[in-house]
Ligand binder design. Structure first.
Ligand SMILES: [Fe+2]
Ligand SMILES: [Fe+2]
Length: 278
């Protein structure tokens, strides 16, 4: 089975991000995938998010399409009273309408290979070790005039830690539901599951904001379950492919295209898409 991963398309950040979408679709076609995984951060507004899902649907791809949302996708900015929980439900609906499997709601088993997914969240377990900020300071999501935008736009009903626990529990349930029926499990999250995948620079405010990259428990869940062979994620705008003990950790983001890539967009898109066989 050939699996392809892409994340962080951010189609509403720059015109180039939007222009890249048809090229990504071409790259997916050319890769002849069995399963395409999109690991979140398509767009902050539902209109652009659905446009992108729709573009993949209209391409009539032969592969299964899986989606988990990212933090930008759940930003509640459409109306003042919408919550991130509500936005998650709307995204699930959009996935179903666009022939995407909403992996955050229900796992998928295909040819004895299980896919489990969640957006995941952060609990400050990836806070830098060299500094002594308090939980209250992390909860402020603001340092030296810089703001982590979840502060403004992520509107969950709980604290970050409670939200992280909620999504980890959902992942645990998904794994328990399918583990007797599969030969291996591929876990998909938006947030980062391993500290090893995070780059600290030894400077502020950069390192402070690494606290919002993910949670250690997501990775522990992957390592504790012997069936989990792959952890696919987004959020870090840095492509990675690392073996972390029993788990291959892969990210394949587009990120923010503030400058035109040095190569043709089609070549760039093909390079962004990470493919592997299981
Ligand atoms: Fe992102
Ligand atoms: Fe993100």
């Amino acid at each position: 089975m050939k699996v392809g991963l892409i994340s962080d398309l951010h189609t509403d950040v720059t015109p180039l991000n939007k222009q890249l979408v048809p090229h990504l679709i071409e790259a997916v076609k050319a890769a002849k995938l069995d399963v395409l995984v999109i690991a979140g951060d398509l767009a902050r507004h539902l209109v652009q998010l659905s446009e992108t899902l729709n573009a993949f649907q209209l391409a009539d791809l032969a592969c299964e399409k899986l989606f988990v949302p990212g933090n930008h996708d759940i930003w509640a900015i459409e109306t003042p009273d919408v919550t991130s929980e509500q936005k998650c439900s709307i995204i699930s609906e959009l996935c179903r309408e666009c022939d995407f499997h909403p992996l955050m709601d229900v796992p998928l088993v295909k040819e004895k290979i299980g896919f489990c997914g969640t957006i995941g969240w952060y609990d400050y377990s990836f806070a830098p070790e060299d500094y002594d900020f308090s939980d209250a300071q992390y909860a402020e999501k603001e340092l030296m005039g810089a703001v982590w935008n979840d502060k403004r736009y992520a509107k969950w009903a709980d604290t970050d830690r409670a939200v992280a626990r909620r999504f980890e529990a959902e992942l645990e349930t998904q794994i328990a539901t399918i583990r007797d029926d599969v030969s291996r499990i591929i876990v998909v999250t938006h947030h980062v599951p391993f500290r090893e995948c995070i780059r600290y620079r030894g400077e502020l405010p950069w390192d402070f904001f690494r606290a919002f990259m993910g949670s250690k428990r997501l990775g522990e869940q992957c390592l504790q379950e012997p069936l989990v062979t792959h952890a696919l994620f987004g959020h870090t705008h840095r492509a990675l492919d690392m073996q972390i003990r029993s788990v291959r950790a892969i990210s394949a983001p587009v990120g923010y295209l503030y400058e035109k890539p040095a190569m043709e967009l089609q070549t760039y898109a093909a390079q962004c898409l990470a493919c592997f066989n299981v």
